[in-house]
Design a protein around this ligand. Structure first.
Ligand code: HEC
Ligand code: HEC
Length: 304
């Protein structure tokens, strides 16, 4: 008789139980979110399992992507380390600190707190450090530097991070000594300030190996990376729901942009680069956008 087995199939029972557990799980997760159970304050740390899970996710995500950028063969030259030290002094030390230098007070209030990078090379390969520095880490407070440091400067920071574990506070100070920089000032002979290493462009960049993104994607990225989405809703660009500034759509059909500029690539790019030169009373800040980036964004806005 096959009758009983048709009425009770263990396989079907397992499937039904599995589906029920799935539905309950999803409902539980929805309730967890909806009732605001998770503490998002920066003073309340993540629960240990969440913290560990995030760390593993970060490690795997970086490793998976980083191999697209193998380090240049001459990564560890003295010039690179010196340039990297200057970039680190100008861009990173406020949050991460350095040998003998504490992070700024605000950084200690962040969650996750920016770690000391002295031992970063123990967990990360050079290409990982490059990837993290270039792309940042979502929802952690680690900024993306792709639009703020040149290709060569990014690799120099990596070279510096590689040299960091063996660096004494005195060596760090000597390497970054400058009269104007944010780093501690070493009082030296008059020429010392001029000799202080600079972050901008002294060492050649390796040729980029990754093919550039399509223009539309580059423009969408540019809007996010230059903070436009903090104030404007832009078609096709993910961002917060904001009305600080007007929605940027249908600009091509308009008489004037920002009340004054013409809706051409030239006019729009000029507005994006320096709105306050066009209208001294505008609430839109001048953000230090390069000509190339401004044109990229202007072309996007005129076609979306
Ligand atoms: C506004 C603060 C801030 C600045 C400025 C900053 N970072 Fe970070 N960074 C963070 C935070 C927050 C994290 C995530 C917590 C952590 O792992 O340290 C992080 C993580 C990292 C990590 C991964 C560390 C690890 O072991 O998980 C690296 C590498 C890094 N930053 C490099 C840099 C470099 C290089 C610069 C300068 C070009 C820089 N950061 C500037 C806040 C900052
Ligand atoms: C701090 C907020 C803020 C940021 C950041 C900002 N804008 Fe604006 N933007 C405004 C405001 C406010 C206006 C309206 C100004 C006015 O008419 O005087 C405006 C106007 C504009 C206009 C003209 C819109 C119209 O309808 O005439 C364009 C185009 C524009 N912004 C593009 C950008 C781009 C591109 C970026 C990023 C590079 C950017 N904005 C960043 C606040 C901002």
């Amino acid at each position: 008789m096959t009758e009983p087995s048709r009425r009770f199939s263990p396989v079907k029972a397992v499937l039904v139980a599995g589906a029920a557990a799935g539905v309950l799980g999803a409902a539980g997760a929805a309730a967890f979110v909806w009732f605001g159970v998770y503490d998002v304050s920066a003073t309340g740390p993540h629960l240990q399992p969440v913290h560990s899970l995030l760390e593993i996710a970060l490690q795997r995500a970086v490793q998976r992507r980083a191999d697209a950028h193998p380090p240049p063969r001459d990564l560890l030259t003295r010039e690179r380390v010196m340039q990297g030290a200057a970039c680190f002094r100008d861009r990173c030390v406020v949050c991460h600190g350095a040998p003998g230098v504490a992070p700024q007070a605000f950084a200690l209030g962040m969650q996750p707190v920016p770690s000391s990078l002295v031992e970063a090379t123990r967990h990360w390969r050079p290409q990982d450090l490059y990837w993290i520095t270039r792309n940042g880490i979502k929802m952690s407070g680690m900024p993306a530097w792709e639009y703020r440091l040149e290709e060569g400067e990014l690799w120099s920071v990596v070279a510096f991070l590689d040299a960091l574990p063996l660096m004494t506070p005195d060596q760090y100070r000597a390497l970054t000594a400058s009269r104007s920089g944010a780093a501690p000032v070493t009082v030296g002979p008059a020429g010392a300030a001029d000799a202080a290493p600079r972050c901008d462009g002294v060492v050649d960049a390796p040729a980029p190996l990754v093919p550039p993104l399509p223009t539309v994607e580059l423009a969408q990225r540019a809007f996010r990376q230059h903070g436009c989405t903090a104030c404007h809703t832009i078609p096709g660009v993910v961002g917060p729901d904001t009305s600080n500034g007007p929605r940027l759509s249908g600009l091509a059909g308009r008489d004037r942009i920002g009340g004054k500029a013409f809706p051409t690539e030239d006019g729009l790019a000029a507005w994006i680069r320096d709105p306050q030169a066009i209208d001294a009373h505008t609430a839109m800040p001048t953000l230090g956008i390069s000509e190339t980036q401004a044109r990229l964004m202007a072309r996007y806005l005129l076609t979306h």
